[in-house]
Write a protein that binds this ligand. Sequence first.
Ligand code: UDX
Length: 433
Amino acid sequence: MKIAVVGAGHVGLVTAVTFAHVGHDVAVTDTDAEKLSMLRAGECPFFEPGLQDLLTTSLESGRVSVADTVGEAVDGVEVAFVCVGTPPRASGEANLIAVEKSAQAIAEGATGSLVVVEKSTVPAGTAGRVGAILAKVAPDIGFGVASNPEFLREGSAVQDSLHPERILVGADSPEAFDVMRRLYAPFTDEGVPLVETDVATAELSKHAVNAFLALKVSFINAVARVAESVGADVRDVADLMGSDPRVGRGMLNAGLGFGGSCFHKDLLAFHHLSAQAGYDFRLLPEIIRLNEESVASVAKRVEDALWNPEGKRVALLGLAFKPGTDDIRFAPALELARLLLAKGAAVVGYDPQAGAAAKAEVAELELAADPYEAAAGASCLVLCTEWEEFAGLDMPRLASVMDERSIVDGRNFLDGEAARSAGFTYSGVGHSK
Ligand code: UDX
């Protein structure tokens, strides 16, 4: 099938190469001209494991082409995906101007009947608005509208996209469902379930899933606060909770809390949508408050270790919001850096991928070329992002370069025993082992 993907960010680009990989012809476009030039040159504009390889093969095979405009991209396609940003406004409401403009441009460029698919996370009710724009701009073209939210995680987006747990499609007509079934046939033929529902249910489901995942993280972090006081180990509590299939072990790792472009934004947008619908869903902002508390709790622990933070160096290992990405949006490490800088500490960070992006966001942050350079002269080392390379840290070497031997493990990732054997004071989140 011929399809268009509007927006070449994490969602759009992964969507484009995934559909190319299973045999569709994909035209991708974006309003960012620099991004389009990079794509034409075969370069992935951001780091995502496996994406560069898939991009290279799909450009070489001609299954992915890069279009300058939406009009060019939608020429002759059966499906147009909207994968543009939906950032929060000051009120928390999702800013849907990019969705509106995309719908407008798709309608203007459409050459025949096609299904417009929301892939970006949008508030329930958006499809109705999109449908109205399409009908107004091009009343003679038969448009279908569908909501097909993505559930991919950064760092494993390509794998998640190639091997989804399930595919969710909400559509407004039998014809639209038919197109979506043909589009996803390479997946359903392999046994991936395709769940069909109405558009509003699909839109709301995406917000509900993300809010619930964020809730799990905040919940276990609140349990961690209690565990620290009563001498329990939150890791064992999480295992025990997770062994009940009704709870599930995923998203129950206590630590610095969640970051990333989705959870925070979606919680705010979902809260706003609920309020508009006449329901004050107060749990949602509380999840964010608990998340802020997680960072503040680690910051407090670092301050305790430093005694007086002024002029002392703190080394942060990991700056990305999670491992496997160079994305620093809402990264807890950067929030921690800001809190410590405000207390007068000098903060030096190292990240395998996100150093430059972090520095652009927090100018006072010093960057180091590796963990040992970061640790040199530091009074406290904080593990902020659990990159696999930090599992093999040479504790005696770290101890030999630091000014004071203190480690705060913000992700319960390091070997506490090895750290203590090297002379460190080691503390994790939600346990005292
Ligand atoms: C999330 C959703 O998982 C995905 O389905 C959606 O499409 C986009 O948002 P992502 O933000 O890429 O994906 O990352 P995810 O792996 O869900 O982690 C989110 C944050 O929670 C990260 O900062 C991570 O470090 C943190 N986290 C995750 C925890 O603190 N504890 C956990 O147990 C799991």
